[in-house]
Write a protein that binds this ligand. Structure first.
Ligand SMILES: Cc1cc2nc3c(=O)[nH]c(=O)nc-3n(C[C@H](O)[C@H](O)[C@H](O)COP(=O)(O)O)c2cc1C
Length: 364
């Protein structure tokens, strides 16, 4: 069996092959951070045909956690009911639904990244909410200064992640991912660039990693034993004095001991502008380095072909391959890779469309 077609089991959850959709915000939530059934269900269903794992976009764990007003949220029952429809749509197509749980931290209270007035801070008198962070240092020019979180606020946030994880499972998601990358709250505590605290949540490696470790432990306790917990990390800040790949390699086994089952290896996002390398599958070496520390990994970033994905798996770089923008543009790619896994109507189409006579099935 080719490496891409090999099933993958984490805890009690098996995905049918190694290709997965990474979380990608669509900024289409309705007022109240509720899913828009007409958008979200169709969007995720269409990306689940023949797919293994589908990680639904960053979903805020509390009213202070969205980046934009159009982010999904999961802190109340109405939101959970809406998200259950998305989980059901992914499941109906035969894929495994996962949900990314997020707190935007310093990146909170912004307009969405397109349209009139795009990508701008939302002031408190315009309906904005208060960005939170480890220290009162803004993410970049044009961003609001975050409030330095108290230990009580940090403890509450850990509880909010755990509560959202419990709701996610109740809503039908079969895996949960914590967003600890791209400058969001959990990442901002890890990085000395954003975290200048001198208390138990800063100063040293143990201090800066404490929030993420507490979140992983609390979420693990909130999840049934058979539900895997993924952690998306910016494995390096790409900056001197920032969080490094060596830090991630040191932390990964500790997170595994705390209950994490896979590290989803992305990078960067702690400041803007930032130096960021690029190129085909450019972050895969990070996934390889973290995997060598003894925990399964996912690789992501400019992976665009099935051949490339299969090669990364064959080379032992990662356990899962995430393909983002390519699958936004070409949602049928997984079904073409695994036509026997596609929903039946698509299977029949794929089986007949390429034949010499190209005839429809006889009953039509
Ligand atoms: C439109 C868009 C939205 C994204 N939203 C999220 C998100 O909600 N959470 C996250 O961790 N990463 C997010 N990302 C990053 C992707 O998950 C992925 O890491 C990135 O696109 C690189 O993979 P690619 O080159 O295959 O697209 C987003 C990327 C795009 C293009």
């Amino acid at each position: 069996m080719d490496p891409l077609s090999t099933p993958f089991t984490l805890r009690g959850t098996t995905v049918r092959h190694r290709l997965a959709l990474p979380p990608m915000s669509t900024y289409q939530a309705l007022a109240g951070n509720l899913p828009n059934p007409a958008w979200h269900t169709g969007h995720y269903a269409s990306r689940s045909a023949g797919m293994g794992l589908v990680i639904v976009e960053a979903t805020a764990v509390s009213p202070q956690a969205p980046a934009t007003p159009q982010d999904l949220g999961l802190w109340n029952d109405r939101q959970a009911e809406g998200l259950a429809q998305i989980a059901a749509a992914v499941t109906a197509a035969g894929a495994v639904p996962a949900l990314q749980l997020s707190h935007a931290g310093r990146k909170a209270s912004r307009t969405r990244p397109w349209g009139p007035g795009a990508d701008a801070p939302i002031a408190p008198d315009e309906g904005g909410w208060e960005p939170l962070g480890p220290s009162p240092i803004p993410f970049a020019d044009g961003y609001r200064t975050p409030r330095e979180m108290t230990p009580d606020q940090i403890g509450l946030t850990v509880q909010q992640f755990a509560a959202a994880a419990g709701r996610a499972v109740h809503a039908g998601f079969r895996a949960v991912e914590l967003h600890a990358g791209h400058g969001r709250l959990l990442h901002s505590f890890l990085s000395p660039i954003a975290n200048r605290r001198t208390d138990a949540y800063g100063a040293t490696f143990d201090g800066r990693t404490l929030l993420l470790r507490q979140a992983v432990r609390a979420v693990r306790r909130a999840l049934p034993d058979d539900v895997p917990l993924l952690v998306r990390m910016s494995v390096t800040d790409h900056l001197p004095g920032g969080w490094t790949l060596e830090d991630t390699v040191r932390l990964a086994p500790l997170l595994a001991a705390d209950g994490a089952d896979l590290i989803d290896c992305t990078s960067g996002g702690i400041v803007r502008p930032e130096p960021r390398p690029s190129g085909p599958a450019w972050q895969a070496p990070y996934a390889r380095a973290v995997r060598q520390a003894g925990i399964p990994t996912a690789a992501v970033g400019k992976i665009t072909t099935l051949e490339q994905a299969g090669q990364l798996l064959a080379d032992g770089d990662c356990d899962l391959v995430l393909m983002g923008r390519q699958l936004l543009a070409d949602p049928m790619l997984p079904a073409r890779h695994a036509p026997d896994l596609a929903p039946a109507p698509y299977q029949r189409a794929l089986a007949t469309i390429g034949t010499a006579d190209g005839q429809l099935a006889p009953e039509l």
